[in-house]
Design a protein around this ligand. Structure first.
Ligand SMILES: Nc1nc2c(ncn2[C@@H]2O[C@H](COP(=O)(O)OP(=O)(O)OP(=O)(O)O)[C@@H](O)[C@H]2O)c(=O)[nH]1
Ligand SMILES: [Mg+2]
Length: 336
């Protein structure tokens, strides 16, 4: 009589070829692109857990390359890398990979950056508000003015009055810190190149609005994003852009299907221009839905990206253990 051996799932799973793991992982994450900051977080947790499953998996050459690529991408997605010296950056990467420390140090640098951002803001002199310059862009009639006016004075304007250019100021509390927002509401109908150039230079965060009743309005955001990138000329495309799918109150049947269609178009734009600092918000100016979230997301994205992350990684490398002791984990840390 043969005795049945208990099925050892992990041992069997750990013996699969690397292509299979990469195939499985491709369902959970897109290694070339992070879809939004929130999803980056779950991607990080997922990959970190997967990598810890078994040494057999994480030590194979192919999988090491795969994981290294992933962690470096996480690091790059923190944005605001000054890139003073691309050569230095490459040397850091090679060294960390050789020592098998890429994952730990990238997570640590990310965590410390988050702490640094909080620290920097806390230490702002005499509670002086940080300023954020936001520009609301999009086709005619998508609801740019309605959203902006609702955010500033809490009123929904039913009347359609095409904008030429308006600006508003609002003092807001975002994550318990004061932010002074200067919001420029632009014209969907863009006849004047000079206007376009002015507000694109002015803004450090963009709210790109489309409307659920017209798929063309999301497709048209493509050339507006292209223009921002051209004017901003940043080494990586980390200018914060909040994509807004507005007028969701008009959706009745096929709500999810329509929203997915819009999100698909937005993701195509994100992918085409390798945008690293984006968020997607569904809103209704009519119902007052998610309006605060739009502008708060902009503030958060910009706060996080204001701190240059290369010196932080260098600091992590040189003073690793000392830094670890200095930093007390925060309950709100979103790294792990
Ligand atoms: N149902 C519904 N209507 C909306 C919403 N937001 C805006 N509208 C209406 O859509 C029309 C156009 O809105 P505006 O805010 O003026 O559009 P805009 O993007 O500023 O247009 P331009 O200034 O010409 O570029 C108005 O009649 C608004 O009342 C919404 O969330 N739901
Ligand atoms: Mg308007």
């Amino acid at each position: 009589m043969s005795i049945k051996q208990p099925f050892n799932f992990l041992a069997n799973f750990s013996s699969l070829p690397p292509e299979i793991y990469q195939h499985i992982l491709s369902f959970a994450i897109d290694p070339k692109l992070f879809r939004s900051k929130h999803e980056t977080h779950s991607d990080i947790v997922f990959i970190a857990n997967f990598q810890s499953l078994s040494k057999k998996i994480s030590h194979s050459k192919e999988m090491q390359d795969y994981f290294n690529d992933f962690w470096w991408r996480v690091y790059e997605c923190q944005g605001s890398i000054s890139r003073k010296s691309l050569h230095d950056l490459e040397l850091i990467k090679i060294d960390l990979m050789k020592r098998g420390e890429l994952r730990r140090k990238v997570i640590l640098a990310r965590f410390i950056k988050f702490q640094t951002v909080k620290g920097t803001l806390k230490n702002a002199k005499n509670g002086a508000a940080e300023e954020y310059r936001m520009v609301v862009i999009g086709e005619e009639g998508v609801g740019k003015s309605a959203l902006t006016i609702f955010y500033v004075v809490n009123i929904f304007v039913d009347l359609y009055d095409p904008t030429i250019e308006d600006s508003y100021r609002k003092v807001a509390q975002v994550d318990n810190r004061v932010a002074l927002l200067e919001i420029m509401d632009t014209a969907g109908n863009q006849d004047f190149e000079a206007f376009k150039q002015n507000y694109t230079t002015f803004g450090n965060c963009f709210v790109a609005v489309c409307s659920v009743d017209n798929l063309e309005t999301v497709k048209a955001l493509r050339h507006r994003v292209e223009y921002i990138i051209k004017i901003k000329e940043r080494p990586v495309n980390d200018t914060p852009i909040v994509f807004v799918i507005n007028k969701v109150d008009l959706l009745e049947t096929n709500r999810d299907e329509t929203l997915n269609e819009f999100k698909k178009e937005i993701n195509l734009i994100i992918k085409e221009f390798s945008l690293l600092n984006t968020s997607i918000v569904e809103s209704s100016a009519k119902k007052g839905e998610n309006i605060n979230l739009i502008f708060e997301e902009g503030v958060r994205m910009e706060r996080f990206y204001r701190v240059d992350s290369l010196p932080i990684l260098q600091n992590v490398i040189s003073k690793d253990s000392a830094l670890l002791q200095e930093i007390k984990p925060s309950k709100r840390c979103f790294i792990m």
